[in-house]
Design a protein around this ligand. Structure first.
Ligand code: CU
Length: 340
């Protein structure tokens, strides 16, 4: 076995299958080609947080703490930047090793946060990338991903066009009201699984997922109808943008009643526009649904012309059988409330 040593910016020591498989290399390398950032985020993970699920039940989540503001939330605090900026995300890993993967952004492999193709952070690392395309992204830990993602190690990553918030893409639709619908499902059994379980071939049963709780943007389904993080309030004539992320392990069917849904972006990419003449936004009639699977994003535009309370339903369905999870209980609802 050849000895490899790229000093501090790469993997060193014996290289074999396990270096990227079972015993993933971890360390605190310095950032290659480091530049002065336009924007810097500081995160710490995994950070435990207890979430009140209602009826006296508390569940543990793992998330990222924002070291600048001191905030620990589930989902993890949002990162927001402007297209063209050079961004640094500094991660301090505590309790075990973790990574930050910017899903939908294509940085260099070294900065991609996928341990199996680079390394896991076993101390501290500063990810560097340039945000070239505006859109709706999310970041998440990519260590033992099935477990760490389910435990809550993710947050929104929004890249605004050069003019800042108020427009979705450079030329894309302008909006007056911005909302976030991040759907997730929770299997309490996963709370008892160790950080690295299943990585080295033992059967941690990560293929078995039986969700018992259903959430939108960190709010359990029994509170999503009224909670201001989920419910949308707007006036007639305003344009609403809702950034939808499927962070669950279900096929989620979303239906908005009484309003036309315009899907103007899919997976951080614009539908239509001058640079994409081969596609166009999708229009859904009131009551018509759309389905998404894990990690997919949809940018949704609503242009209400009449006051009303418009019902929104998220159905969490089994990928294979298509049945609503947990014996039909896998549903969350909210409303778009439109005043004159
Ligand atoms: Cu992790």
């Amino acid at each position: 076995m050849a000895k490899v040593d790229f000093t501090e910016t790469s993997v060193s020591g014996d290289l074999n299958f396990d270096t990227f498989g079972c015993n993933v290399y971890d360390g605190s390398p310095s950032t290659p080609d480091r530049r002065r950032p336009d924007r810097r985020f500081e995160r710490q993970g995994a950070k435990g947080i207890k979430v009140n699920m209602g009826r006296g039940e508390e569940l543990e989540f793992w998330t990222f703490k924002d070291r600048k503001s001191g905030r620990t939330t589930f989902p993890a605090p949002m990162m927001r930047a402007t297209a063209g900026e050079i961004i640094h995300i500094n991660l301090k890993a505590n309790k075990n090793t973790h990574t930050i993967h910017m899903h939908g952004i294509e940085p260099t492999p070294f900065n991609d946060g996928v341990g199996h193709t680079s390394f896991e952070v076993g101390g501290e690392y500063t990810y560097q990338f340039q945000a070239n395309r505006p859109g709706t992204y999310f970041y998440h830990c990519h260590k033992n991903t099935v477990l760490h993602f389910e435990m809550g190690m993710y947050g929104l990553l929004i890249i605004d066009p050069s003019g800042g918030p108020g427009r979705l893409f450079e030329e894309g639709p302008a909006y007056d009201v911005e909302a976030f619908w991040v759907v997730d499902d929770v299997d309490p059994r996963y709370r008892g699984i160790n950080h690295s379980a299943g990585l080295c071939g033992e059967d941690a049963q990560l293929n078995i997922f039986k969700p018992k709780h259903f959430m939108v943007t960190g709010i359990p389904s029994r509170r999503t109808k009224r909670n201001r993080k989920v419910k949308i309030s707007a006036r007639v004539g305003q344009t609403i943008l809702s950034r939808f992320v499927n962070a669950s392990y279900s096929r989620v069917r979303t239906t908005v009643y009484g309003l036309t849904t315009e899907i103007v972006g899919i997976d951080s990419r614009e539908l239509g526009g001058r640079h994409r003449p081969w596609c166009s936004p999708m229009l859904l009639e009131p009551g018509e649904s759309f389905d998404t699977v894990t990690a997919q994003r949809r940018d949704l535009i609503f242009r209400p012309t009449e006051p009303g309370r418009y019902k929104v339903v998220f159905e969490f369905r089994d990928w294979i059988t298509g049945e609503i999870q947990d014996g039909g209980r896998g549903i969350a609802e909210t409303v778009i409330e439109v005043t004159p």
